[in-house]
Design a protein around this ligand. Sequence first.
Ligand code: C5P
Length: 205
Amino acid sequence: MIIAVDGPAASGKGTIARALASHYRLPYLDTGLLYRAVAANVARHDLDPAIEADAVAACDFDEALLDDPALRDDETGKRASIVSAHPLVRAALFHRQRRFANQPGGAVLDGRDIGTVIAPEADAKLFVKATPTIRARRRHSELRERGSNVSMDKVLADIRARDLRDSMRSSAPLVAANDAALLDTSFLSIEAALKRAIELVERQV
Ligand code: C5P
């Protein structure tokens, strides 16, 4: 069984995808981490994320980079959304994600284009969303807990900028697949969102 979970930043898709993976005992891939690793590799080699050839050169990153907690930083997320707009970067990461999705027994993947590009044949597809303000509030408290004193206004502006970049790019833009079930987590507790996610998957498989 392949489960595709897509949605914008801080929508809750990561939490939901991880919980589904443990519920169905399936391997899980956070595909955002791959783009974040490319972004971090770009920075490490002093390359320009906006230049496609630079970003492509950074796709050959050291696997150990995927365990670096600094990948979770907002600055890396922002750079990831710049490198991920290049079609050749998406092409370089495509097969790795396809292989993961197609392993025997299935898998859960989360990202922006899993249900549309990476695994359009997925058995279950969720598109997780929440209002920008609520997503910014979640991201803000997460960053605060990690010791940052960034303002709520800045977090909201960053979320809006990232949404815009991810939705407007021509290559695999952030969009719900036609056959994806929508899950709005704006006013749901984590427990309620997980319960709903399982119901929506059960309805599709
Ligand atoms: O999900 P996360 O916030 O970690 O993703 C970081 C960035 O990587 C996103 O803003 C998006 O631009 C890009 N991304 C993507 N396709 C995916 C996963 C992430 O373009 N499947």
